[in-house]
Design a binder for this molecule. Structure first.
Ligand code: PLP
Length: 400
């Protein structure tokens, strides 16, 4: 009998709830159920199209044969466009050498955690929060320490909990603003307090701002606008606002007056050199997306706002479901009364099985503070949302 080869513990420990839910979804689809794939935050799967001038730029870049390897840190033209754009948006003065271009923000998270985390190191992350942070912290054998997002306060971060969970192993504090999965847009006051903690303990803030332009209620305040004694790195990308998720482009930039993260940057750069470069022609399209007309974003926010308001109203009408109103990003994160189910995962699997509506269980975004919830998306057009919420309502009424 031949012995099977064992995979590493680290790889087998990866659990990305948003895509794992496709397994029960595929089973329901195979039975002929009409599916509502509300699990992935991909605008291009719905009525949001990559603007034509980005596509044309990509075609031209390929035709010009910009098809060889590029700079491991990112094309200089794109990094300079990011510098200009960040100045225009947030009034910050960074340099092209502070910017690193990655294959989506996902790669940036992987490489960054690879540089920050020694086994046993702790990273504070919002709970609930985008699961890739915990995944990569665990992969590098660090410890994910969640801090609560307070549902009763419109999912504001519990700043006291951040402070109370700092130990001598804490390496960084992650902020995701606007937030996935809650749709919260952080208050300036909370960001300032988090910034004060970072400066007091010399612990950098990792601020993921991939949804910075997707705000339909209230105002976005970037962590980059805080005083310069706060060590921080800002992550952003082109998958959401710039409608090119499949092109895999993202970036981060460091704001670190005292050079506390110099070695982290070098550790990241060593990894970037080994993976050679981000997609070169797509970087050209990403550059143009920062410099060309931005009116499509207004249109996108108008549609999302309408869908957010409808989702908020309609989901709150369903017995056993209650929700806060999302103010930005692409998601809504309702609470479920778990009458007939032990966990939110059982609930979500049952919903998929009986209705074809594919939601993601809240505990997939944090065991401690996401339980008893589900995440859905605001992206589908109104008639599709209506159909799915009607099915969900019928399902819930049966269980009351
Ligand atoms: N960060 C957040 C908060 C996200 O929600 C996502 C995707 O949903 C990502 C990062 C990853 O995006 P990408 O790798 O497409 O840039």
């Amino acid at each position: 009998m031949q012995k099977k080869i064992k995979a590493s513990r680290r790889s087998m420990g990866m659990n990305y709830a948003i895509r794992e839910i496709t397994v029960p979804a595929a089973a329901a689809a195979a039975r002929g159920t009409k599916m509502y794939n509300f699990n992935i935050g991909d605008p291009n799967k719905w009525d949001f199209e990559t603007p034509e001038y980005f596509k044309e730029t990509l075609r031209q870049a390929v035709d010009r044969t910009d098809n060889g390897y590029g700079d491991s840190q990112g094309n200089l033209d794109l990094r300079q466009a990011i510098v200009d754009r960040e100045y225009e948006k947030n009034g910050v003065s960074i340099k092209a050498e502070d910017v690193y271009v990655t294959a989506g923000v996902s790669e940036c998270i992987n490489v960054m955690m690879g540089a920050f985390v020694e086994p046993g190191d702790e990273i504070l992350v919002p709970g609930p929060g985008y699961p890739n942070y915990a995944q990569y912290i665990n992969f590098y054998e660090g410890k994910t320490v969640p801090y609560r997002m307070i549902e009763e306060e419109d999912w504001a971060p519990d700043v006291d909990m951040i402070r109370s969970r700092i130990t001598n192993r804490t390496k960084a504090i992650v902020v995701i603003n606007p937030n996935n999965p809650t749709g919260a847009v952080y208050r300036e006051k909370d960001l300032r307090e988090i910034g004060n903690i970072a400066a007091e303990y010399d612990i950098p803030v990792i601020s993921d701002e991939i949804y910075d332009k997707i705000v339909f209620d209230g105002e976005f305040y970037s962590m980059s606008r805080l005083p310069d004694d706060i060590p921080r790195v800002i992550l952003n990308g082109f998958s959401k606002v710039n409608l090119m998720p499949g092109w895999r482009e993202g970036y981060c930039y460091f704001m670190d007056r005292n050079g506390l993260m110099d070695e982290i940057r070098e550790g990241m750069m060593k990894q970037f050199r080994a993976r050679i470069c981000a997609n070169v022609p797509c970087q050209e399209a990403a550059r143009v997306s920062l410099q060309g007309p931005q009116d499509y974003i207004v249109d996108m926010n108008r549609k999302l706002k309408e869908r957010a308001e409808f989702s908020y109203k309609r989901l709150n009408e369903i017995p056993g479901i209650s929700t806060n109103k999302p103010h930005g990003a692409l998601y809504i994160f309702p609470k479920i009364e778990l009458t007939d189910w032990k966990t939110d995962k059982d609930f979500v699997y049952d919903v998929i099985d009986k209705t074809g509506v594919v939601l993601v269980h809240g505990s997939g975004f944090c065991e401690e503070f996401g339980q008893g919830h589900f995440r859905s998306i605001l992206l589908p057009p109104m008639p599709v949302l209506e159909e799915a919420y009607d099915l969900l309502e019928k399902f819930m009424v049966k269980h009351q």
